[in-house]
Design a protein around this ligand. Structure first.
Ligand code: NDP
Length: 298
């Protein structure tokens, strides 16, 4: 069949960052410098990498990055106190607690502790509720980034049969909630699959749009894809490989076989990953605008 359209997340993310930099200028004219606080309570190297990337991204677009590290063995109260302080700070408009938090810290309580107006991850129950109700304040970064990609490439979602593979609180559920909304880049007939789904092949075989977010390396291959479908691969999986680092990153989709069948497809890396990072910056300027009463026309 014809070559698929390659959906370039790096390019669309660059456009989002450019728009964000414009919003930073608008805020500056109103004497506001947007600030994003990242909080890390973990010694996990992947989490450390994610946080430092987020800080670097902030610097690039003119957002003030504030970083707080808490000893992974510290009592949970230390994390709550840190969040309380950041909730109070006028120079901090967005707060992101890097997940996962240690086992002795209750994740749900942490997410509730963040001021919902500063909750740029969109994980506070108030923001989850608003999203489900079709009145989102901060859309979670990964599904929001997927929406931007679909929009940028004019992928028709209205009336499309969409299959979301995965039902996590950070990707699958909010993705499905966005796709069913009565709004642009919504109006899809959406099926959510998970580990108890029977006959995933059958569901995928009918899909016009596949969002893969199961966290299993390359498990969706070309034979499972409906010819011409749009395939968005959220997965980022480390697999052993003969590289300098000893591993490589692959998606949940087997790119080689799927790209022979799909109408459009995202690569890994260079697809959804950069979009997730860009949407965090977007949510941060949005938060600053809301808190300081600056209309950014977002
Ligand atoms: P989780 O592990 O939280 O969720 C995985 C989901 O996949 C679960 O709902 C699980 O079902 C489902 N699942 C597991 N096995 C199967 C199967 N055989 N068939 C169908 N569904 C299955 O992962 P996340 O949602 O956090 O992340 C998913 C992937 O996306 C990971 O690779 C992660 O690294 C990546 N990711 C990428 C981001 C990006 O920026 N590109 C951002 C966030 C995540 P059940 O609920 O029944 O267990």
């Amino acid at each position: 069949s014809d070559d698929p359209e390659i959906i370039d997340g790096n390019a669309v993310a660059a456009d989002v960052r450019e728009a964000v930099a414009g919003h930073v200028e608008t805020l500056a004219a109103a004497d506001v410098t947007p600030g994003l606080a990242t909080v890390l309570m973990s010694e996990d190297p992947a989490s450390e990498t994610y946080v430092s990337m987020k800080q670097r991204d902030c610097e690039e677009v003119g957002i003030d990055g504030i970083h707080v590290e808490i000893d992974a063995d510290a009592p949970a109260s230390e994390l709550y106190d840190t969040i309380d302080d950041l909730n109070e700070r006028e120079d901090v408009h967005g707060i992101l607690v890097q997940l996962p938090v240690p086992d002795h810290v209750d994740k749900r309580s942490v997410l509730r502790q963040v001021d919902p107006e500063k909750d740029v991850d969109g994980f506070h129950p108030e923001n989850v509720g608003r999203l489900v109700a079709g009145d989102a304040r901060f859309k979670p970064c990964t599904p929001h980034g997927v929406q931007k990609l679909l929009d940028a490439y004019d992928v028709e979602t209205e009336g499309a049969d969409a299959v979301v593979v995965g039902r996590s609180d950070i990707v699958g559920k909010p993705m499905a909630n966005l796709l069913i909304q009565k709004s642009p880049v919504g109006n899809a007939t959406t099926t959510v699959c998970h580990s108890r789904t029977e006959d995933l092949d059958e569901k995928l075989g009918d899909a016009d749009l596949v969002i893969a977010a199961a966290g299993i390396p390359e498990f969706i291959d070309g034979s499972m894809i409906n010819p011409g479908a749009t395939v968005i691969d959220v997965g980022i999986n480390r697999v052993d490989a003969d590289t300098d680092k000893g591993y490589e990153l692959v998606g949940d989709v087997d790119y080689d076989s799927a790209s022979k069948v799909a109408g459009a497809i995202t690569p890994v890396p260079g697809g959804v990953g950069p979009m997730t990072r860009a949407m965090l910056l977007y949510n941060t300027v949005k938060a600053a605008g809301l808190q300081r009463g600056v209309d950014l026309d977002l």
